[in-house]
Design a binder for this molecule. Structure first.
Ligand SMILES: [Zn+2]
Length: 59
């Protein structure tokens, strides 16, 4: 996914359970996507957000 802060960085998140860290992504009943836990790009642009029901929720 493209970083939602506008820095143009491409974020890659592992969904593989044995990887650390890894994320869980699922589809909501309305077809939108959610992701857990939050994404925190601490060493780069600092963006920290949740993806819930296809929307970015800033921390
Ligand atoms: Zn960014």
């Amino acid at each position: 996914m493209l970083c939602p802060c506008g820095c143009q960085a491409i974020i890659q998140l592992s969904l593989i359970r044995r990887d650390s860290p890894h994320w869980r992504a699922w589809t909501e009943a309305d077809g939108s996507a959610s992701l857990s836990p939050s994404v925190w790009r601490k060493p780069t642009c600092g963006a920290h957000f949740w993806l819930r029901r296809g929307r970015i929720i800033w921390c």
